[in-house]
Design a protein around this ligand. Structure first.
Ligand code: PLP
Length: 452
């Protein structure tokens, strides 16, 4: 009791220590009497943020969905999401056991650990190198993290504002948006919807979703995602060999995003860029447990930076990435890394396979449904995304709205991934089976009317 009241008086004391701030904050900021004029700081806004058009794609989808529900409250319970690529199936038993056991250890004197190495636990780095890269990567080249999205921004910190960037068009929006935030780009061109100083590499059905890489202008940094979000295309070995060759000849650094690698089912399609000869001198690879094991909320990823990869002055990219990690990251959660270790046990890998088969069966159902009503459909074979070609002249945001209104199914417009994605819709296979079946039914009814 005495202890509680001591804490309480401490809180009161600190609250009053802050009181002068709130009572003198009379210009009308948050927490003042609530009246009108907002105060402004004297700090200039980072001009790069003003270049960004709209918000990040997925919150924008959520905003539009909520606006639809606000106008049609009786439809709220009918909404099915084939939108943001978030996993929906529970974490399997063995993997969950790894998470629970490492959490429980923290409650014991012997098992407690605090800050860990910024690069990740030694055993996890070793297991990633061994189990996922079959020894072609050294433990010291593995940097464990809290996920691939955050890693992409941290990689950008290494490059700084002075580089030029190339991206697949369409592509996962994080490559472009972080390049803009870092100050690597000019403004967006309102007609082409492309940022100045970014090289857009068209990847559409016309070129089998692989860019004419030899004839595209050079960029310092080339982002490439395979299997691809949103198109679902997985580059072949021959295509990746061309990509590595061009990057090497031009002195570019390839940032290879392999977040969907375990979904590859086709024989001979590489699951890592390091399966390609020469890649160690040109590539960084980022990857994640998010889609492998249902870790989108748990958060665990990794980056591979090979020793051979250098800047023009001969210094190692690895050393600078290590500097970013040690300065701006304090290591992935120790609980979560225990889960990562369990993922890579034989039992964990088998559970991941079951999960992936489940989502890939969903992708097959979505593909079949759209094909049966006359649409041309891509992806869905080596990736959990089905990319649907819309009838000529149909914009992808219009199609998104129409499907939401007619079928209460949330999709993602291809244009959200870059101008090259307009005319396509992305369907995510990460939904529960029963809702995928229901969505297929509704899409068949709603879209058959619009696609005569
Ligand atoms: N890379 C790609 C291509 C993705 O589609 C996503 C998530 O959707 C990520 C990275 C982010 O993964 P993480 O959950 O590890 O941040």
């Amino acid at each position: 009791m005495k202890y509680t009241s001591a804490i309480f008086s401490l809180i009161l004391a600190s609250a009053s220590a802050f009181a002068p701030f709130s009572s003198t904050n009379t210009a009308g900021g948050v927490g003042s009497s609530g009246n009108t004029a907002l105060s402004m700081s004297g700090v200039t806004r980072n001009p790069n943020f003003a270049k960004l058009v709209g918000g990040y794609l997925f919150p924008e989808i959520g905003r539009r969905r909520n606006a639809y529900i606000a106008e049609n409250p009786d439809m709220a319970s009918r909404i099915i999401s084939l939108g943001i690529g978030d996993t929906t199936q529970p974490i399997p038993e063995h993997i969950l056991g790894g998470l629970v056991a490492s959490a429980a250890k923290l409650g014991t004197k012997e098992g407690y650990t605090g800050y860990g190495a910024e690069q990740g636990m030694g055993p996890l780095r070793a297991k990633i190198a061994e189990k996922l890269y079959g020894g072609i990567i050294k433990d010291s080249e593995v940097f464990v993290s809290d996920g691939a999205k955050c890693d992409i921004m941290r990689i950008q910190q290494v490059f700084g504002p002075g580089v030029t960037t190339a991206v697949q068009d369409p592509s996962y929006p994080v490559y472009v948006d972080t390049s803009v935030m870092m100050g690597q780009t000019g403004n967006i061109n309102p007609v082409t919807k492309q940022y100045d100083n970014i090289v857009y590499m068209p990847c559409t059905a016309e070129n089998d979703f692989f860019p004419d890489i030899e004839n595209i202008p050079r960029a310092d940094i080339v982002y490439f995602c395979s299997p691809n979000n949103p198109t679902g295309a997985a580059a072949t070995k021959e295509q990746l060999e061309r990509l590595v060759k061009v990057c090497k000849e031009r002195g570019s650094i390839l940032v290879f995003d392999a977040a969907y690698a375990p979904f590859i089912r086709s024989e001979g399609v590489p699951k890592s860029i390091f399966e390609i000869e020469g890649a160690r001198e040109v590539a960084i690879e980022c990857n994640s447990f998010s889609k492998y094991a249902g870790f989108t909320g748990v958060r665990l990823g990794w980056v591979i930076v090979p020793d051979e990869l250098t800047f023009a002055d001969g210094s190692k990219v690895r050393d600078d990435f290590n500097r970013v990690m040690t300065t701006a990251f304090n290591g992935a959660s120790n609980i979560v890394q225990g889960g990562g270790l369990a993922c890579l046990d034989d039992e964990g890998l088998a559970e991941i396979d079951v999960l992936i088969n489940y989502y890939m069966e969903n992708a097959k159902l979505l593909k079949e449904a759209m094909t049966s009503i006359g649409y041309k459909v891509y992806g869905g074979t080596d990736a959990p995304y089905v990319f649907v070609k819309l009838p000529d002249g149909k914009g992808s945001w219009d199609a998104f709205t129409e499907i939401l209104e007619k079928a209460q199914v949330v999709t993602i417009p291809g244009a959200g991934f870059g101008p090259g994605g307009d005319g396509y819709l992305r369907l995510s296979a990460f939904a529960p089976r029963e809702t995928v079946i229901e969505a297929c039914d509704r899409l068949k009814k709603a879209l058959a009317l619009t696609h005569a």
